[in-house]
Ligand binder design. Structure first.
Ligand SMILES: [Zn+2]
Length: 359
């Protein structure tokens, strides 16, 4: 993720903090100052947030290490103000494996609660702490930490995408049904819950409205994703490649790229130097270059220098994942010979056609 600060690498997984996290810390300092709390109270609040996010990181490692068991790598874990995000290279599609990966996160929070309980039991008067929820301090620190981990486990197990509980529900349904159907049912249940949240939110806590909307669209996008992916099953890159690709030289100018954009069908181009592909250039990059420099700027200064190649024999569903991650034009090879290109648009058109035929 862009604009993230890398904290370190554990089990080969990058752990990073997104810059917006600093806003959260600034907000805590600011709101403590405004309410007139002293430096000590502010420090306790910050320490609490950092500890909470340490628990969130452990939750994400729960998912990542469970996935590792099934041979699935995790690229990185990013901490955002709203929670953590483990980017798994793929989700396991076997129901039993998905169930284990999805539930491992919340189980970490349950384990933290179990570990904290004896400490809290002996150091805190739980009953009075529950009655009187005050700002975090040395006395109630562990109690609050336990309390919030209970909440994290419950919140994540809400049976609706994109929460872990949605995946657990889908995996359970997929033990009996096919995956597309299981996802559709799980998504419907999630959307009903989401509507319930919004209605209850109107009468009580507006935060529930926000969660409801988040879940509603999360459910829809998961159902669409699974449906689309099933359309690609059984096809290969060779079935959708663009054979009529166009190339630019690194020494060509932006003006030439603009002319190609306006006069042809292609919106992305391969960039060539000494007959080798050294980059790509798409419409957005051309427009950006036009805005920030002049028409005579050479392509090699503005092109995307990353080149990811695909093979014609690659399953289309896999290519789709790669393209979604990188969102760029990719050259396609058949035994070392360039035969065409592929980008997100080609695959989306293919999905649209399949979808139309199915209806
Ligand atoms: Zn999770």
């Amino acid at each position: 993720m862009k604009y993230s600060l890398q904290l370190g690498k554990i089990y080969g997984i990058k752990v990073q903090i997104h810059w917006t996290f600093l806003i959260l810390l600034a907000f805590i300092v600011f709101s403590n100052m405004r309410s007139g709390s002293g430096a000590e109270q502010t420090l306790w609040s910050i320490l609490f947030i950092l500890t909470l996010f340490f628990c969130v990181t452990l939750h994400e490692f729960g998912h990542a290490l469970a996935a590792k068991n099934f041979g699935i790598k995790t690229k990185d874990i990013t901490l955002l103000p709203i929670g953590g995000l483990a980017r798994l290279e793929s989700m396991p599609e076997k129901p039993r494996e998905e169930l284990i990966v999805a539930i491992s996160g919340p189980l970490v929070n349950v384990a933290i609660v179990a570990a904290l309980y004896p400490l809290v039991h002996y150091t805190t008067d739980i009953e009075s702490s529950l009655k009187e929820l005050t700002a975090v301090n040395g006395q109630n620190f562990l109690f609050n930490l336990m309390f919030i981990n209970i909440w994290l486990a419950i919140f994540n197990l809400i049976p609706a995408f994109p929460m872990d509980g949605g995946r657990v529900l889908r995996a359970l349904l997929a033990l009996k049904l096919d995956r597309v159907k299981a996802t559709a049912i799980a998504a419907k249940i999630g959307q009903l819950l989401a509507i319930g949240f919004v209605i209850v939110g109107f009468y009580s806590n507006p935060f529930l409205i926000f969660i409801g909307i988040f879940i509603f669209f999360g459910a829809k996008s998961e159902a669409d994703y699974t449906q689309n992916k099933s359309f690609l099953e059984g096809y290969f890159v060779r079935d959708v490649i663009m054979k009529h690709y166009q190339t630019l030289e690194t020494t060509d100018t932006i003006e030439q790229a603009v002319n190609m954009l306006l006069n042809g069908q292609n919106k992305s181009f391969l960039v060539i130097e000494n007959e080798k592909i050294v980059g790509t250039l798409n419409r957005d990059e051309i427009i950006r270059a036009l805005n920030s420099s002049n028409k005579q700027t050479l392509i090699h200064t503005v092109m995307n220098k990353e080149v990811i190649s695909l093979n014609v024999e690659m399953p289309l569903a896999h290519a789709w994942q790669v393209i979604q991650q990188h969102k760029m034009l990719m050259p396609v090879y058949a035994s070392n010979k360039l035969v065409g290109t592929l980008d997100l648009e080609n695959i989306l058109e293919f999905i649209m056609v399949k979808n139309a035929k199915n209806n």
